[in-house]
Design a protein around this ligand. Sequence first.
Ligand SMILES: O=P(O)(O)OC[C@H]1O[C@H](O[C@H]2O[C@H](CO)[C@@H](O)[C@H](O)[C@H]2O)[C@H](O)[C@@H](O)[C@@H]1O
Length: 288
Amino acid sequence: MASPQQHDLPSPVTTAGRDGLDALLADPARAVIALDFDGTLAPIVPDPEQARAHPDAVRALAALAPRVASVAVITGRPADVAVRHGGFAGVPGLEHLVVLGHYGAERWDAVTGAVHAPPPHPGVAAVRAELPGVMEALKPVGASSGAWVEEKGRAVAVHTRRASDPQAAFEALRAPLTDLAARHGLIVEPGRFVLELRPPGMDKGAALTAYVREAGAGSVLYAGDDLGDLPAYAAVDKLRSDGVPGLLVCSGSAEVTELADRSDVVVDGPEGVVGLLSSLAHAMSSRP
Ligand SMILES: O=P(O)(O)OC[C@H]1O[C@H](O[C@H]2O[C@H](CO)[C@@H](O)[C@H](O)[C@H]2O)[C@H](O)[C@@H](O)[C@@H]1O
């Protein structure tokens, strides 16, 4: 597994991944590097408010960003929250960083420091109002015991990581929350012991594809750890078939296995992601 100090690049396990890495290294100035936040740049912790980028993440991103076309963070978090928890603002080297929040519905640009977002979906307020009653009604069967609600502005997320049985609580809540979301025109986004009720119409795949097109990228790297990253994986597959080579990186964990099976490279969590970013920056700086 890679560590932040290592400079050895990993060997992708697929031909498409090897082509992607070769393209990234051959022409870094046309490469887009896109990464998820929680579980990829930031270690998973029990309280989302306490999550912070890996201590070496900003340094690694700042070393890489001036060598590539652009770097973007694509996250389920509100964009300003990811910027704050990531420590991404005002960093030399990250002057052009973009954070696409709420699965791409929001955009923060380091150049302006401003967040652009669409009007709020009315279903979120309705779900917010009904959610306490739905969770209270599930208490007699123990389903919502220890579950709690994260207020996200444009969405609400029900977390079960701190429940006595996180997986049982997750499974018991899934159907009622899906029903609640559907009644108000929202969807449920499942993640690592979290069920997020959010507006439809945007996902990380659409966000990544639009961003790669906007950048006129000749290659792309995407790194993620969770189910919400799968649309971005599908987008990289599609970009590859359209002639844009790509590298799929999984920030590996015992909690989610779906991404590892579809990745070109699996690293050991955020520590491994930071190591990979550092290795890429080193390799790009060593080339003529
Ligand atoms: O797209 P991401 O950047 O991966 O964000 C997805 C969700 O991440 C957060 O929850 C996850 O991280 C928490 C802090 O480590 C952890 O406690 C939780 O169990 C994880 O699911 C965030 O709180 C959610 O709002 C995001 O949807």
